[in-house]
Design a binder for this molecule. Structure first.
Ligand code: ADP
Ligand code: MG
Length: 870
């Protein structure tokens, strides 16, 4: 590019500072993109690509978008994973000679969005910063710029850090320059790989620098006063996030004023697989909210509430007191149906105060935003009145947090018109009576317009030209327009200004005088209104702390109201939560499946789990019987209770769990495309390593991904481990279609057998969906295959093969299968096998027989019975 224009030189210089962003270069009414940026943007935005210096051999591709409708273009680029650097003219072009000075005023990245148009209302938009410390310690900080939420924690080990990152579900991840993805621990690498990764310079990750950034932002003298003294790496991650924010946002971020330091142990731990399997916030197959637990429970009225509910379900509690507080609040709102309905009515009229607060704080809010703030605040006094008589501690504290912010509401009411225009630069925003000077200027402008109308009438009379019009035009100002046919009657004192096809335009001295006055006033009005608006916005921004607290209170209130609403509609009950090791559920239902109304009535089931006799429930039964549904329902009820929700059951007692683990057999999560046996085993290994006696484990069809003998063996050994290992010994639901596993209960005291009742009828199977004590005697695979519409011949042939196989197992496979070094009973009776249940029964029956009281007839009958048995 031998002959660069000065403008191009300026462009290239600015662009060199933002190599990984698409540079929007402001030129007049357009943002232009050049070179590679233009090629990318033209394709994604579907806009015309042209070029400068056409045909010169030095062509520069470029494209552009109009500045006033730039938002959707930015949104589209961000959506496709790009960053956009906005470069503005920072001097008035009229007052500069040569080239206008330009600067990048902010960089928009996926994790730092604030525009309402680009954000899903019911989802947070997080940037997550990771920092690896010493001893495999990980600092994690995450923030939602649009709402001001900022959290930090520290975790030990890559898997724990990855689990947390998955839970946060960030839009963008920040790592240090030079941190190679390949060097990250496997779990983290897997998580980060397909995400948008941004980099901060390596020097940022330094103690003193990050400490000063964090203390500065949160107005603290030291990290200690923020509760960060035990989290050196968390502090660095938080500082790196703030650095990145400042670099890109380049404006004050007053609404980020609180840093929440948390420990993982404060919440019910759910590993990523469990979150997925239980479909807590998204369905497994499509990743949709609809069909998940969240989708089923969300009856919130505001987006703040919707986001908060998602957080409560993602981070259920483990502390008894806070759980009980939520439950009391829901109970009170459930009982007070009238109050609840009125609260809903008020909440529905409240806008997203968190995000409004963010936009106001970052000076990107318009008149409509302020007015939305006003209209929302207006509803708060009534809402507080409704809350005031309520008794539960949590509702009382929310009532105190929710602040009507009267003076702000008054300020906006007095200052901003009821329906302000979108633009901030063209006036019409500030209400009459707010500012004297503005009112005067408006009077002048109004008078001037009246004068113009009078002047027009006067000139028509004077010239006798009835088609004479006074027109206004941005470039030439006011003029008198006379059509060509009337030119003969134009008076002497008219001064010609402009010639059109059919008319001439003139001015007079009188018109010119007024023009100056009116236009002067109008310019001044726009300027003054803009200044006044900014002042009002700043006054509101100065209260961002109070607004944030109010928004926070409203979000929680909305969730509690929504939980009460759902509990009422679906007949949920209040769980009794305690620190026991029991989980006792009467008539429990699966919240999501029950609400889907699939035609089949949902059959409720009981559960009894504890650390003593009912530690492991071994649930056997055919495929499609309802095992998975049952186990998930127990896990979901536990999770709901710890999130503070009522539960779908007639009664429930939940001894708080520290973790919930679920492992779902390979066949059940094909959707992930990774249903390898290896993955299944890795997840199971993780469970056995991390589970505690306070945990709840759901093992669904473990070992299904391999051959039958392998599978049974692994499942068997895993169940034994959970039962026998004192540090593990978790409450466990163990489902398997290997009915052989029911034998375990005979050797392990805390294992209880359950099965899903089925009725056999005409060689068919009918699922009753009831969980009953006992075990299944068959897998019924062939019957299920018949239900699925397999051809008759295949079914018949399968039966034949099954028959042969089963005989084969009896003859040679079985004894080897059940033998164990440890199991005493096996050593005592070398004949014992899994599959000899008939012989067992025979033996038992004979043992019970008391010959001294048996009549000959009874003996004969017994003989007949025994014969049938074999
Ligand atoms: P399994 O794990 O035993 O193969 P699932 O739990 O996947 O069986 O359930 C099979 C089907 O039965 C599911 O589609 C579900 O809708 C239905 N189902 C399960 N439990 C019940 C129940 N308690 N009441 C009614 N329908 C149920
Ligand atoms: Mg299943």
């Amino acid at each position: 590019m031998a002959e660069q224009t000065p403008m191009m030189r300026q462009y290239l210089e600015i662009k060199s500072g933002y190599p990984d962003a698409i540079l929007f270069f402001r030129m007049g009414d357009f943002y232009e993109m050049f070179l590679d940026d233009a090629l990318i943007a033209a394709r994604i935005l579907d806009i015309t690509l042209t070029s400068r210096n056409k045909g010169s051999g030095d062509e520069i591709p470029f494209c552009g978008v109009p500045y006033h409708s730039v938002t959707p273009y930015i949104a589209k680029l961000i959506e496709t994973g790009h960053k956009v650097a906005i470069c503005e003219q920072v001097e008035d072009p009229k007052q500069t000679k040569g080239i206008v000075r330009r600067e990048v005023v902010r960089v928009i990245t996926p994790g730092l969005l604030i525009e309402a148009e680009s954000l899903a209302p019911d989802e947070n938009n997080y940037l997550l910063a990771l920092c690896q410390g010493e001893g495999d310690q990980w600092g994690i900080a995450w923030l939602d710029l649009s709402t001001g939420e900022f959290r930090v924690t520290e975790l030990n080990g890559g898997p724990a850090a990855a689990a947390e990152a998955v839970c946060v579900h960030p839009r963008e991840i920040l790592l240090g320059e030079g941190v190679e993805l390949e060097t990250l621990p496997a779990d983290l690498r897997d998580f980060v790989t397909d995400k948008i990764v941004s980099r901060a310079p390596a020097w940022v990750y330094e103690r003193d620098y990050t400490r000063s950034l964090v203390c500065d932002q949160f107005g603290a003298a030291s990290p200690e006063s923020l509760g960060l003294e035990q989290m050196p790496w968390g502090l660095i991650a938080a500082g790196a996030a703030l650095h990145y924010l400042r670099e890109n946002r380049k404006s004050a971020i007053p609404h980020i004023r609180e840093i929440k330091v948390y420990q993982r142990s404060e919440h019910l731990a759910l590993d990523p697989a469990t979150r997925r399997n239980l479909e807590i916030t998204a369905t497994m197959s499509e990743g949709k909210k609809n069909g998940s637990l969240l989708g089923c429970l969300d009856r919130t009225s505001t987006s703040m509430g919707a986001r908060r509910l998602k957080q409560w379900l993602s981070y259920p509690l483990v502390g008894l007191e806070p759980i009980r507080q939520r439950l009391y609040a829901v109970e009170e709102l459930l009982e007070q149906a009238g109050v609840r309905e009125e609260l809903v009515a008020q909440l529905k009229g409240i806008a997203d105060l968190e995000r409004l607060n963010g936009r106001i704080g970052m000076a990107s809010a318009g008149g409509r935003d302020l007015r939305a703030m006003h209209d929302s605040l207006q509803r708060i006094p009534a809402l507080v009145d409704l809350l005031a008589p309520l008794q539960s501690d949590l509702l009382r504290s929310l009532c105190t947090a929710i602040d009507p912010l009267d003076e702000l509401r008054n300020l906006i009411e007095r200052g901003i018109v009821e329906s302000p225009p979108f633009s901030l630069r063209e006036g019409g925003i500030i209400a009459t009576g707010y500012n004297e000077e503005l009112d005067e200027l408006r009077a002048i402008s109004r008078e001037g317009k009246g004068f113009i109308a009078r002047l027009e009438a006067q000139e028509r009379a004077r010239t006798g030209i009835s088609s004479l019009k006074i027109r206004y035009n941005k470039v030439f100002g006011y003029s008198i327009e006379i059509t060509k046919s009337n030119l003969a009657n134009v008076p002497e004192d008219y001064i010609r200004r402009q010639t059109l096809a059919n008319a001439e335009r003139y001015i007079t001295q009188e018109l010119k005088n007024y023009e100056e006055k009116i236009l002067g006033a109008e310019d001044r009005i726009c300027e003054l209104e803009f200044t006044l608006f900014q002042e009002i916005r700043e006054q509101v921004a100065a209260q961002s702390g109070r607004i944030a607290r109010t928004a926070d209170g409203l979000a929680s209130l909305d969730v509690l109201v929504s939980l009460a609403l759902v509990a009422d509609e679906r007949g949920y009950t209040k769980p009794q939560v305690d620190e026991s090791d029991s989980i006792e559920i009467t008539d429990g239902r699966h919240p999501v499946i029950e609400s889907m109304k699939l035609g089949e009535r949902f059959v409720p089931n009981d559960t009894r789990l504890d650390g003593a006799e009912n530690q492991i429930l071994m649930i056997t039964g055919p495929n499609m019987a309802g095992k998975s549904t049952y186990m998930r329902q127990v896990a979901l009820i536990t999770l709901m209770a710890q999130a503070g929700s009522f539960v779908p059951a007639a009664a429930a007692r939940i001894g708080i769990a520290d973790r919930i683990f679920t492992r779902v057999g390979a066949g059940d999560n094909l959707a992930r495309g990774q249903s390898t046996f290896m993955l299944e085993m890795m997840e199971a290994a993780g469970i056995l390593r991390n589970a505690t006696p306070r945990s709840l484990i759901v093992m669904d069809e473990i070992g299904r991904g391999t051959s039958t003998f392998d599978g049974v063996s692994i499942a068997w050994a895993v169940a034994e481990f959970i039962h026998d290992t004192p540090t593990c010994r978790s409450r466990t639901l163990f489902a398997t279609h290997y009915h052989e596993l029911a034998e375990l209960a005979t050797t392990r005291e805390r294992i209880k057998n359950y099965t899903v009742a089925v009725r056999e009828w005409n060689d068919q199977v009918i699922f009753l969906r009831t969980i009953v004590p006992g075990s299944a005697s068959h897998s019924y695979g062939i019957q299920v295959a018949r239900l699925a519409g397999m051809p008759r011949d295949v079914i018949e042939r399968a039966k034949e093969i099954l028959h042969n196989l089963e005989r084969g197992e009896y003859e040679e496979g079985a004894p080897r299968l059940a033998k164990s070094r440890k199991t005493k009973s096996t050593e005592a009776s070398p004949q014992f096998t899994l599959f000899e249940s008939n012989e067992d029964l025979l033996r038992q029956r004979l043992k019970k027989l008391n010959l001294s009281v048996t009549t000959p007839l009874e003996a004969l009958n017994l003989l007949d019975e025994l014969k049938k048995m074999i």
